[in-house]
Design a protein around this ligand. Structure first.
Ligand SMILES: [Zn+2]
Length: 256
């Protein structure tokens, strides 16, 4: 994919100087409303919701109205999976919070993923009157079937984890936006950044967001990213997930 290593590094430096970021705010399953801090009043960003929290009534009418107001002022609606949880039971105690791709079980078919994503897309459309244009796989875990489903269902953007300062790029007609959680060490060189709603009032998040200019994905032209960088990013993502699962199993069974 046409860019050499030198020019790729240049784009990272460019981002750092410009200090523009694409920001995603994630609503967690237990959140009842947004109650956003005032520093976000005049900003545009992606607001991503798990449709099951609307289906189950956890996300309140007040929360729904708050999201509607954000969409009216130009924020983008993101779909954060469906129920958030893996279809395989994970009785072993590892983290079950993934939906499109499980590291420990057979892949979820394209048909199943399409069915799941269509059903959940409908919930958001019915609630907010517009379709989500961003798909955010839970824990950034997805596979080729997810990408095909995202393309078939005509989302414009899909979120991924950013471990190597990767700028948004296009794959199968979908713009992939790699992002880092504010506070993680990768944040300094990531154009895409995110925070969960309940973290927005923490100093490390508010100080960071107040210093930057938030832009929408449409304001950034996707770049070509070398294939090896994308492969490394995927490997790093899986390593992190494996490490996290290993750590929690060790903790659970008191193994040093
Ligand atoms: Zn799983």
């Amino acid at each position: 994919m046409g860019r050499d290593r030198k020019s790729y590094k240049c784009s990272l430096i460019f981002n750092k100087i410009m200090n523009k970021r694409i920001f995603s705010v994630y609503v967690n399953l237990q959140d009842r409303e947004l109650n956003l801090p005032s520093y976000l009043d005049n900003s545009k960003f992606i607001i991503s919701i798990c449709p099951s929290s609307i289906r189950d009534g956890t996300f309140s009418n007040k929360g729904i109205e708050e999201v509607k107001k954000l969409l009216e002022k130009g924020c983008l609606l993101g779909q954060r999976g469906y129920i958030g949880r893996c279809r395989y039971p994970h009785k072993d105690g590892i983290d079950p919070w993934h939906e499109n791709f499980c590291l420990y079980n057979p892949p979820i078919s394209l048909e199943s993923q399409l069915e799941l994503m269509t059903k959940s897309k409908e919930i958001l459309k019915k609630t907010f009157g517009i379709e989500p244009i961003v798909y955010a796989p839970i824990n950034h875990l997805y596979d080729e079937n997810t990408l095909s489903a995202v393309q078939t269902l005509k989302y414009n953007f899909m979120m991924d984890q950013n471990n190597f300062g990767i700028n948004p790029y296009k794959q199968n007609g979908v713009i992939i936006i790699p992002e880092s959680k504010i506070g993680d060490k990768e944040t300094s060189k990531s154009l895409g950044i995110y925070s969960h709603v309940d973290m927005l009032r923490k100093r490390k998040v508010s100080d960071f967001v107040k210093r930057i200019k938030l832009i929408l994905p449409s304001e950034f032209k996707p770049e070509n990213v070398p294939e090896h960088i994308l492969t490394m990013n995927e490997i790093q993502k899986r390593i992190k997930k494996h490490e996290r699962d290993l750590k929690s199993l060790k903790r659970k069974h008191n193994i040093k």
